[in-house]
Design a protein around this ligand. Structure first.
Ligand code: NYM
Ligand code: MG
Length: 218
């Protein structure tokens, strides 16, 4: 039996990632697991949640970056187990969010390469779908935007740039696992259909049990 597939949906805040992850998860049940990063229910996740929701909770940019990464590392064994049991995993954010949001801060020394270092060795998704929007300002008017740290129009514009630089670099270098989907002006069903077109062939391709990819040094 081949292993399950690791499928990631990435994007800025309020681009519909969570909605689409849930739809995909429902379609793939029962052989499917849904993960969301940050996973706020763990002790590390609790610190991340506090950082995001409480402006008076101060951490250096480096420290919060490493906590986001540690939050991924603490899930690694259960992720591997699920994939080896043949379960597919749908993920709402992962390494690319980690790199794009932290690098977008422009903190001295925290370039894309530095930001990727703590995530080297984590499982690399078989498929990454980046939900891209042309007009970031259209997200900033959505319900709930602005409730958490990072949810300002100015910062989201920077994050969009770092995401695009990061992902386009990888695609240029030949990474075929990353797909950019323009969701501007599309409704939930239209985006669902675009995602399914890409996900379905990935699901039907068999991958050997012990064949995993990992994030690697550049
Ligand atoms: N975020 C998320 C990061 O800054 N680094 C990370 O590694 C991850 C996984 O957390 N604004 C940011 C992006 C979001 C925030 O995520 C909370 P969500 O999906 O809005 O709950
Ligand atoms: Mg959010």
């Amino acid at each position: 039996m081949g292993r399950g597939k690791l499928i990631l949906i990435e994007g800025l805040d309020r681009t519909g990632k969570t909605t689409q992850c849930n739809i995909l998860y429902q379609k793939l049940l029962p052989d499917c697991k849904l993960l969301k990063f940050p996973e706020r229910s763990t002790r590390i996740g609790g610190l991340i949640d506090q950082y995001l929701t409480d402006d008076s909770f101060r951490l250096s940019d480096q420290a919060i970056h490493l906590l986001f990464s540690a939050n991924r590392w603490e899930m690694i064994n259960s992720m591997k187990e699920a994939l080896l049991e043949g379960k597919n995993i749908i993920m709402d954010r992962y390494v690319y969010s980690g790199v794009a949001y932290s690098a977008a801060k422009g903190t001295n020394g925290m370039d894309l390469n530095w930001c990727l270092q703590p995530d080297i060795g984590l499982l690399k998704p078989d498929l990454t779908l980046f939900l891209s929007i042309q007009d970031v300002a259209s997200n900033a008017v959505k319900d709930g935007f602005g409730e958490e740290r990072y949810e300002t129009l100015k910062f989201q514009k920077k994050v969009k740039q770092t995401f695009v630089t990061l992902l386009e670099n990888e695609i240029k270098k030949g990474d075929e696992s990353i797909k950019i989907i323009d969701v501007s002006g599309k409704d939930i069903q239209e985006v669902e259909a675009l995602i399914w077109e890409i996900v379905e062939p990935t699901l039907t391709t068999e991958i050997d049990h012990d064949n995993f990819s990992f994030f690697q040094h550049k």
